[in-house]
Each structure stands twice: as C-alpha cells, then as structure tokens.
Design a protein around this ligand. Structure first.
Ligand SMILES: NC(=O)c1ccc[n+]([C@@H]2O[C@H](COP(=O)([O-])OP(=O)(O)OC[C@H]3O[C@@H](n4cnc5c(N)ncnc54)[C@H](OP(=O)(O)O)[C@@H]3O)[C@@H](O)[C@H]2O)c1
Length: 276
C-alpha cells in the first residue's frame, strides 16, 4: 500500500497534536515538529512508527536545509502528500507597546517560518504529483481587533501567502488551503492569559479590563479542536476544495458582512464596546 506522508509544525499540543492524531489514526506517516525532547518521546511512544518527531524550533533558519534533506531522503521518490503549517504564537497588547523583539518573534514564528518551511518542502510536494498545503490562519487574518494587532498582522500575511502559493503552484499539482478558526479550546489561551499585565502603566491601561473581559467571553464560546480537525479530514479525503474555511460561530460576518460594513461603522461599535 502506498503510505501517505505529512509534515506538521507544532505537534506538541492543540490543533497540531490533534492533526497528527487524525493522520496517524488513518495510517499516515507523520513527521511532526516539537521543541521538547519529552514531547518527542511522548508522541513517538503514542503513535509508534506512524509518528516521527522532528525536534525543531521554526525560528531556526540554519538547520532547515539539513532537516529537509533528511526527510526528502527518507521519502525517496514518493514525495510528500501534505504540509501543515500550524505552529504559531499570539503576541497580544497595544501595538505601540509591543517590543521590537516580540513583534519580530510574532512575524518570525507565524509568517517567516511558514515561508521558509513551505519553500523547503515544495520540491517534495511537487514530486508527489498531487499534494496539499494547509496553513492554519485565523479569523484575526480577516478582521483586525484592537490589542491583538501583531497577531492579526501575522495572520493577514498568512492569508496572502496562502493565495500566493496556491496561484503559483497551480501548474504543479499542489493545492493550498487556509483555515481560519475563531477561538478554539487549546493551550494557546493560557499562554496569553496574563499578556496584558505588562501594559498596566501604559496609556491604554483604562481599557485593559474591558479587553480582558471580552477575551474571557470569547474563550467561553471557544469551539473544540474537533471542528478544525473535521475540516482537515474533509480536505485530505478530497471532499473539500474551497481555498479557505472559517471555523467560527459567526461565519456570515467573516465571510460576508465584514466586506459590506463600513470601517467607520465597525470603529463606532468598537468605541462603544471598549472606550466608553
Ligand atoms: N486556539 C485558537 O483559538 C486559535 C484560533 C485561530 C488560529 N489558531 C492558530 O492555530 C495554530 C495552533 O495553535 P493552537 O491553538 O493549537 O495553540 P497551541 O496548543 O499553543 O499550539 C501551538 C504549537 O505551536 C508550537 N510552537 C510555538 N512556537 C514555536 C516555535 N518557535 N517553533 C516550533 N513550534 C512552535 C508549540 O510548540 P511548544 O509546545 O513547543 O511551544 C505548539 O506545538 C496557531 O497558528 C494559531 O495561531 C488558534
């Protein structure tokens, strides 16, 4: 049987871990990046020879060629069936207050790494003759909320990168999908839980409690990871071929109304909700 193969970034937790689980359960061979040796051991023992842990920080530019070469050798003539650009972080806070280092890290992990890793694997994806790239974007790549600007900027870039690769790879049998989840129950929320504390003495301090409150409300409405996995499952079964999928409660807003509503109208709603 011709075994299907995937490379997924960020498989330690959340959407990446669940994607690895889906693919391993379907008999795929998964190369998944982790940063901790303990995660590598856990995943390898959980999925046995279905999963190969690749200990790699996506910011590491230097080791990428050797890593890719090793996997390409392993794949041989088969090539790669699927690349999932999932690893991501969310840097929250007023844009004025975000440090250069944090802004750089946000773009490096969420944008530049997607560019580097995709380019590194394109030859393997083309070799296959019929393969997919799934980029994990966000509704933050469709609509900019204040105080989540750095993250939003990175996810808008993922949208554009997805369109670029999809259109440039059209002649080569590589299709590109961008998933746009709203809040999903994963550890990412805990990682940003106290993100606003360091801005307590900034000019934005009076608005932070409201922002924290809105954020808590959206976490309460967060959807299970299974909703994202269901879309990935459809894509790998070739039952879904839209270039982008919103996975959120208010799909109509993100797919439709955000284009119709004037920006000034949305600004007024934000003013009412946060600044008054
Ligand atoms: N959860 C949501 O509400 C939501 C909504 C929309 C979009 N998304 C997107 O979904 C993707 C996955 O996030 P998640 O919600 O599943 O969060 P998560 O559980 O925090 O997973 C993030 C993954 O990315 C990895 N990662 C972070 N920085 C990395 C780096 N420098 N190098 C390598 N791996 C790195 C993490 O590895 P470590 O464990 O080693 O840190 C982890 O495996 C992200 O792109 C995120 O923006 C999430």
């Amino acid at each position: 049987m011709n075994e299907k193969t995937a490379f997924i970034t960020g498989t330690s937790t959340g959407i990446g871990a669940a994607t690895a689980e889906l693919l391993c359960s379907k008999g795929w061979k998964v190369y998944g990046t982790v940063r901790k040796i303990s995660d590598a051991k856990d995943l390898t023992s959980k999925y046995n020879d279905r999963f190969e842990a690749v200990v790699y920080d996506v910011r590491d530019v230097e080791s990428l060629p050797a890593l890719t070469e090793k996997i390409m050798l392993d794949l041989g003539d088969k090539g790669l069936d699927l690349l999932v650009n999932n690893a991501g972080i969310a840097v929250a806070g007023p844009l004025e207050e975000i440090s250069n280092d944090d802004f750089e890290m946000q773009l490096d992990v969420n944008v530049k790494a997607v560019f580097r890793i995709t380019n590194a694997f394109i030859p393997a994806l083309i070799k296959n003759g019929h393969s997919n790239i799934i980029n994990i974007g966000s509704i933050s790549g469709l609509f900019t909320s204040p105080f989540l600007g750095a993250y939003s900027i990175s996810k808008f870039a993922v949208e554009s990168m997805s369109d670029t690769y999809r259109r440039e790879l059209l002649p080569f049998g590589v299709d590109v999908f961008c998933l746009e989840p709203g809040p999903i129950i994963t550890p990412i929320w805990k990682k940003t839980a106290n993100a606003f504390d360091k801005f307590a003495h900034s000019r934005y301090a009076p608005f932070l409690p409201k922002i924290a409150d809105l954020s808590k409300k959206s976490v309460k409405k967060a959807k299970p990871v299974s909703e994202v996995i269901a879309v990935i499952d459809q894509i790998i079964q070739q039952k879904a071929n839209k270039p982008r999928y919103v996975i959120a409660a208010n799909k109509l807003f993100y797919n439709f109304f955000r284009h119709l509503l004037p920006d000034r109208f949305i600004d007024r709603q934000i003013k009412k909700k946060i600044y008054s």
